[in-house]
Design a protein around this ligand. Sequence first.
Ligand code: PEP
Ligand code: MN
Length: 334
Amino acid sequence: MIIILKPGTEPAEREPIEKLLMSKGVIVQNILGEPTSMIGMAGDTSSISEDTILRFPCVERVLRVKEPYKLAGRKFHPADSTFDICGRKIGGGQFTVIAGPCSVESEEQILSIARDVKMSGAGFMRGGAFKPRTSPYAFKGLGLDGLELLKIAREKTGLPIVTEIMSPEYLDAFAEDVDIIQIGARNMQNFTLLSQVGSLGKPVLLKRGLSSTIDELLMAAEYVMAGGSQEVILCERGIRTFETATRNTLDLSAVPVLHAKTHLPVIIDPSHATGYWHLVEPMALAAVAAGADGLIIEVHNHPEAALCDGAQSVTPQVFHRIMDKVRKIREIIA
Ligand code: PEP
Ligand code: MN
């Protein structure tokens, strides 16, 4: 539900409406604009009568929103969201690149890669400390030790940390140490985890589930936002199709489709989308041309020896080249 206020409505006129709405247990969001401001609501609005709201003299119109994602949707928040995370801007015309290995393996490895990707222009470093692996026998990450190594790399390079949380057990550690908390494709519909991570109020990178629709991704974002965090970055990382030539199928049209539906930034992961390092560059460039707000790319200094996802990891040299081309495409489409 959205309440459209008459031009020039004063805060004092709005307040009694907000109080009434909050007493009904809904989440209230003020959307301040010139000349018209609005009040957005999320949650169960069924007990709120339009006629009651229309009695307030400052109310011009009341609209019921059909989309179930009220906080993530554009209706309540028509302008693109721009987040300032550790002094770096994400969304709203800015372009952000997150780069690093699939998993943190050693201090030497994460430090060397972090230095390289920073030099090439990455704004954040990625690196899994807790890895969701299909096989229980595969390398599952260094856990909290991996987080410590990421902190060392952050300290030495200044690059903020993006890393995946898999269990609520580590919420406190992530709240303390991680700059953007990643929720992986396999946990996109782990609703308890979504709400709990949201309650930390920290920036979240939410990856699309392997077989999830765009609306399901937006509902997952809604869980995080209803939990408390408003800074959610969406990530298209390829979906399951009948095609086997690539690890997944990159749904590039998700970029403009999501931009139409949501104000949240949308980034592309060409690494997990394709599964092969030589496909990362063309898909990264296509993502830029399609209007993505950023990229997350797996980079490894010795891909042939990587403990996870070596086949899709580009070397620092290839990453450097990709970044050069990304900048050129950005200039053309600006
Ligand atoms: C990752 O980014 O390390 C990862 C596991 O990605 P996804 O959840 O998209 O498979
Ligand atoms: Mn990976």
